[in-house]
Design a protein around this ligand. Structure first.
Ligand code: C2E
Ligand code: MG
Ligand code: MG
Ligand code: MG
Length: 286
């Protein structure tokens, strides 16, 4: 296979993650063991309030440090886990880690909202709300400290069933975010019915916002749409201060992206919070 390095230091594979590859089953059984062997790790990427520069929270992003293949990016193994039952194990593992960490930050007096990604299959699992309740109680985390991210396309695969689970999670006090907005085909009629807290604009629009007049129009209109529906807006993929300034002028609420910080291992994230990096996120944008 071909292997190279992406800018985040991942090895990039072609054939071994092919759906029909015999390696696929091996990797899936390895994933199960990886969950137990601590080969998986949660990284945290800061989310910052654009107006004030204040740290709002962090998104939990899972990393797999495979003993043979090195860092395997989540875009490779999550879709694969979604096609099997493995995703449930992975989601529960990720929830357990992030609930525990969120509770720990709050014990330290850090008022962070921690986001965690759910998959389509999770959203169709009627057991999920009760499982989450158990995990939260065990960790000592308040639902209001957590944001659950769900993608537009995962909602739209079965909108009625998803809405039911989303409604229950909302009633329990969880914040809900619609992720990768703009990349799927969502129905605004469903969006209106969902008890959401946040809309995240996909990085594919944000990263070209300075070069593409169309993307700028889409980003601006999406922010206004979200605000009119009573939702806060996070722009993901903010890579420089010019984009940050433009988003500020569009009244976008929160930013996440390499300009602020790439996703960090827990120790690095804690260090980042205590370092001068926080001055860096609070410049005069204009
Ligand atoms: P996502 O939830 O949309 O997460 C944002 C992705 O954008 C992350 O990729 C993050 O590293 C990347 N990103 C952040 N800022 C920038 C930037 O400024 N520029 C660029 N080019 N990229 C940026 P990552 O960590 O590789 O994760 C990819 C996807 O994998 C996530 O997209 C999410 O859908 C999925 N994922 C990650 N962790 C989990 C998990 O625990 N559970 C589930 N179900 N999905 C997960
Ligand atoms: Mg996400
Ligand atoms: Mg996203
Ligand atoms: Mg994404």
């Amino acid at each position: 296979f071909m292997a190279g390095k992406s800018h985040e230091g991942y090895a990039v594979y072609t054939s071994i993650f092919d759906d029909h590859s015999p390696r696929r089953l091996t990797l899936m059984s390895e994933l199960r063991q990886a969950l137990e062997k601590e080969e998986l790790q949660v990284y945290y990427q800061p989310k910052v309030a654009i107006k004030t520069g204040r740290l709002y929270g962090a998104e939990a992003l899972v990393r797999w440090n495979h003993p043979k293949h090195g860092f395997v990016p989540p875009d490779e193994f999550i879709p694969m886990a979604e096609r099997t039952r493995m995703i449930k194990h992975l989601t529960l593992w990720a929830l357990k880690q992030t609930f525990g960490q969120c509770a720990e930050w709050h014990r330290q007096g850090l008022d962070l909202i921690v986001s965690v990604n759910l998959s389509a299959r999770d959203l169709h699992d009627p057991e999920l709300p009760d499982i989450i309740t158990g995990l939260a109680a065990a960790a000592g985390v308040k639902p209001a400290w957590m944001m659950l991210e769900i993608t537009e396309s995962s909602i739209m695969t079965d909108p009625e069933r998803s809405l039911e689970i989303i409604q229950r999670l909302h009633d329990m006090g969880y914040r809900l975010s619609i992720d990768d907005f703009g990349t799927g085909y969502s129905s605004l009629a469903y969006l209106k019915k969902m008890p959401l807290t946040e809309l995240k604009i996909d990085k594919s629009f944000v990263s070209d916002v300075l070069k593409s007049e169309n993307d700028a129009v889409i980003v601006k209109a999406t922010i206004n749409l979200a605000h009119n529906l009573g939702l806060q807006v996070t722009a993901e993929g903010v890579e420089n201060r010019q984009v940050m300034a433009l988003l500020d002028s569009y009244a976008c609420d929160l930013a996440q992206g390499y300009y602020l910080s790439k996703p960090l291992a827990l120790g690095e994230f804690n260090e980042w919070m205590r370092s001068d990096a926080m001055d860096f996120v609070n410049p005069e944008f204009n």
